[in-house]
Design a protein around this ligand. Structure first.
Ligand code: ADP
Ligand code: TRP
Length: 321
């Protein structure tokens, strides 16, 4: 049972990425056969600064490793180190209906924003399907926003198998309800592109300011708040504090007597403590970037040996060999 997921290096990772994709993936690595990568090709549809791409790629790799990805248990690599994925994109893209890609949320969102999408953005889901199919993936841990892409991957795999004979494993998304959408500082989905993030490894002062700046309503501390479970700080606290602690804050807010300032202070402290060990590990890893490069190269070698077999099978199936 192979697990695979990727994160694109287009910015600094936030706790939505962590709880939605990274933590579930890290938990699944214990079962073995885990394939995780930094999706640098995918970053190209929106990021054109080459220096930033390199910096974010190293940053995402450091974040994964600091958060517990263990290269002894999981294959960890940089997507572009296995360029076969581009060849597979062509093979499966040639069977992908335009209508399917026109339905993609990512493409429709960029049209709605008045942007002029490039070919890469339009074909983004095909490259993602190639990532998944190239490595015979069974399950893909992602946040809810990526569900449609995994469904497209299933459709594409089924179509290829029907057209050319059984070639690809048909994957399933793994989306946990409780972390499907982590809200951001403004209550919308937390996202690098909305400027509403709590970074996993933010600077202490900046993060305290961001969290203390979360907007609340104007009710006084003593007023009971029957809607305490809807409170944004409570929702975030549930992820970073032990369940009984979060439940206690929620009850105190509901009963009245707990001020929003104190609640946000508690949220900051629990967030800060939650990532303390990972922060220390990240600082150690950061002092040795050559070691990160070695880990990624070793992972690329292992990923490539699987990719070579799938590509041989796929080329044969469609008559290229
Ligand atoms: P962003 O929206 O910040 O650009 P990405 O699209 O790079 O994030 O997402 C990387 C992974 O993190 C994906 O699996 C995605 O589903 C997950 N993810 C991103 N934001 C959230 C969130 N707010 N809640 C849950 N999962 C998320
Ligand atoms: N598209 C994903 C995102 O924006 C990143 C990604 C690329 C991915 N290839 C993947 C996720 C394969 C899971 C599997 O977050």
């Amino acid at each position: 049972m192979r697990t695979l997921t990727g994160i694109k290096p287009t910015g600094i990772l936030h706790i939505g990425n962590f709880f939605g994709a990274m933590r579930p993936a890290i938990e699944l690595q214990a079962a073995g056969d885990a394939f995780y990568f930094v999706a640098d090709y995918h970053s190209m549809t929106s990021l054109t600064d080459s220096v930033e791409r390199k910096r974010y790629t190293l940053g995402v790799a450091l974040d994964w490793l600091a958060c517990g990805l263990d290269p002894a248990k999981a294959v960890f690599w940089r997507q572009s180190d296995v360029p076969e994925v581009c060849e597979l994109t062509w093979l499966i893209g040639s069977l992908t209906p335009m209508g399917l890609l026109e339905r993609a949320h990512s493409y429709k969102d960029s049209l709605a924003k008045g942007l002029q999408p490039n070919w890469g953005l339009f074909t983004y889901p095909v490259l993602m399907a190639a990532d998944i199919l190239l490595y015979d993936t069974h399950r893909v841990p992602v946040g809810k926003d990526q569900k449609q892409h995994v469904e497209f991957t299933r459709d594409i795999a089924i179509k290829f198998n029907l057209t050319y004979g059984e070639t690809f494993v048909v994957p399933e998304p793994v989306i946990r309800d409780e972390v499907a959408v982590i809200p951001g500082l403004d209550g919308q989905k937390m996202s690098k592109s909305y400027g509403n993030t709590i970074e996993i490894f933010g600077d202490e002062k900046v993060m305290r300011k961001k969290i203390m700046g979360i907007k609340m309503d104007s009710r006084t501390p003593v007023e009971p708040k029957p809607d305490a479970d809807q409170n944004l700080a409570i929702q975030l606290l549930r992820h970073v504090a032990p369940a009984p602690v979060a439940a206690d804050y929620e009850n105190r807010l509901r009963a009245g007597g707990l001020g929003y300032g104190d609640l946000k202070k508690a949220l900051f402290e629990h967030y800060w403590d939650y990532f303390a060990a990972a922060r220390t590990r990240r600082a150690e890893l950061e002092s040795n970037p050559d070691h990160i490069e070695e880990i990624l190269r070793d992972g690329a070698g292992r990923a490539q040996s699987v990719a070579a077999k799938t590509m041989a099978r796929a080329r044969l199936a469609c008559g290229l060999r």
